[in-house]
Write a protein that binds this ligand. Structure first.
Ligand code: SF4
Length: 96
């Protein structure tokens, strides 16, 4: 049997908030990622552009393959896109 459940994100941002509270919780989480672990703005925006066109993005926020809020995952320099068969962010270069 195929498991169709979305994985649970490990960032511990509550998933049951009102939308504006959700965005603030994600923004707060991102602000607290240590600077040395963050990808630069231009690469972050390119990653998010890839996500925004991806069939795996649920409700504009969550990746169905990892359960992560992409606004948070994409900011982490050492994270990749979990698309089975190939990282869709692999063409986005970071210069940090
Ligand atoms: S599979 Fe990759 S590109 Fe698609 S939503 Fe998830 S992280 Fe973004």
């Amino acid at each position: 049997m195929i498991n169709t459940e979305i994985p649970v994100c490990l960032c511990q941002i509550p998933a049951n908030l009102q939308k504006d509270q959700m965005y603030e919780a994600i923004a707060s989480y991102v602000r607290n990622i240590p600077k040395e672990q963050q990808i630069e703005d231009s690469a972050y925006e390119k990653r998010l552009a890839v996500c925004s066109a991806c069939e795996a993005l649920i409700n504009g926020l969550t990746c169905k393959y990892c359960g992560c809020f992409v606004l948070a995952r994409a900011r982490k320099k050492n994270q990749g896109c979990p698309m089975p068969g190939g990282d869709l962010w692999s063409g986005v270069k970071s210069y940090l």
